[in-house]
Design a binder for this molecule. Sequence first.
Ligand code: SF4
Length: 354
Amino acid sequence: MSISSGSISSSPAPVAYDPGSGPVLEVDDLHVEFRTRSGVVSAVNGISYSVDQGETLAILGESGSGKSVSAQAIMGILDSPPAVITGGGIRFQGRDMLTMNAEDQRQIRGPGISMIFQDALSALNPVYSVGFQIGEMFRAHRGTSRKEAKQHAVELMDRVRIPAAARRVNDYPHQFSGGMRQRVMIAMALALDPRILIADEPTTALDVTVQAQVMDLLKDLQRDTGMGLILITHDLGVVNEVADRVAVMYAGKIVETGTVDDVFTRPAHPYTLGLMNSIPQVEAKGGRLNPIVGQPPNLAAIPSGCSFHPRCPRARSGVAAAPGRDCVGDVPPLRLVVPGREAACHYSEEVLGV
Ligand code: SF4
């Protein structure tokens, strides 16, 4: 679907992911801190990634790995203070958003980059109808009349497959099921035809059947519009189903990145390998799960060297370590390990067996 100022075309041509199209969004060495009374929390520690037209990048990690904070930095919705972007750049179609003025940022956030959240009920305003809230996007950004905005809202509700959209446009959020509320959020996010959609755990609050329906809807909409999709999740199954590439985050850094097929079939980082081994296997009925031992680190006191070393079964230090590759003392850089794959581990070649 293509929405222009005041009109909606209803028969879009599918737009395929074109790896040669160039990045729409580039995040470059981004650093975010939270400066609290009890100390500095280093939430994002130099992450870089890019998203092309029509591409789905999954950002995968446990709670507290920094994946949502980096998305909030892109959207300009970090609470500041205490959050401070201390370094790096965020470029949308080549323009650095961190150095542009507030009005230029407003022209990008919403029309250019949009976001949907995990909990639609708290993201929607309970005292306004869903039609009013969807229509607000058109009124605020395009000065559309109230009547026209309502018509656009009905068309968008139709587009995200909310049954009887014309009748339900005046209903309130509490009158919708969780899955339908998430569709309302998606309609709002798509209203201005964004080039990038960030979906932060979009299906976590939904049951499994509805999760699959919402992910199918997102993929269909992406195919129709050609938008890039950043999917933030801790759900390996969702990543495997819908993403083209994956960036695995740990302690505010990307520790592995590559195509989903490559990373899932042959992880190059022990953390990714641990995530894969912790997936319950249907055929291993009665078998034991293999969770990663220990807890994610406190981001106010990140371990030295490789931040994963206290939990890593392959960690080596002192005389056991190769020169310059001491897991406790030397920070492993994110580096090309094999073509198309980067990992931040001193011993990725061993993990891969190459
Ligand atoms: Fe494990 Fe060392 Fe690799 Fe870190 S650098 S993941 S501690 S082997």
